[in-house]
Design a protein. Sequence first.
Length: 305
Amino acid sequence: MSAETFPLEAYLEEGARRAGEALERAVAHLEAHLPAELVPAVRHGVLGGGKRLRPVLCATAYRAVRAGAPEPTEGVWDLAASLELIHAYSLMHDDLPCMDDAALRRGRPTTHREHGTEVAVRAGAALIPAAALQAWRSTARVGLHDAERREVVRTLTQAAGGAGMVGGQLLDLRAEGRELGPDDLTDLHARKTGALLAAAVRMGGLAGGAGPDVLEALDAYGRRVGLAFQIADDVLDATATAEALGKEPSDQELAKSTYVGLWGVENARERARAEAGEGVRALRESGVSDPALEALAEYVVARER
Ligand code: GRG
């Protein structure tokens, strides 16, 4: 099977379903330890839809390095869900009045609009250690040894922290109202969005037992696809309605620098395709020719939401 004939729509639907089940399990576990007043906000932020791209990338990388082996187990999906806990917290905090002050996310009111700002801050904060613990527990279920388990958790927490998403978000806040050049914009997005997407791919590879060469190729694929995702996100933000995207405000309303601002819509689309293509090339060069990873690289560019 090639990327062209790969049944991507059904694959994404099934992946989102498996990720959703794992998140239900994660939230049920969390509820036992969480102050009751935070539970509805956690459920709102974590279980309220989304493409579930990060868990799907993680499970797909796992499959790719274990070609021919059985499908990802519940433990692998639980590991993949740890990425989505970090993603959910980041959206909850990013939408707060002191950040983007967003009203709409995934076609619904944002968590703070529904449950109050203080609750959304605390519920989001609770998800950060919960994600690390979720990754630690599930790597044991996957059967990894301690060294690999530590490397998985290190990968997740590093991508979420100052060298990754939080650092990128700070650069983003500092850049509001200023025009960034391509290098600064790419540095910002490699951290803010790209780091967690790349971590998803690496964590799947680690869980599947990938050796150093394949891991390096998965890292290159993750970085390229992460950047392609962000360029495509800027194109969507500039070309689709808030209704179609299920979120507001837009980058333009927030006076953010974007790839569309730098290159225009058509050129940005072309560069997103080129980045995704480079990611696939890195994989193939290392001997990983996986239709699902290749189809996902195309999807991040061609998606409509
Ligand atoms: C306070 C400095 C500081 C940092 C806190 C809030 C935060 C950390 C980071 C936010 C970074 C952020 C919101 C990154 C995500 C960017 C993005 C493209 C989100 C959309 O992802 P999709 O399309 O969303 O995968 P769905 O809804 O499908 O899950």
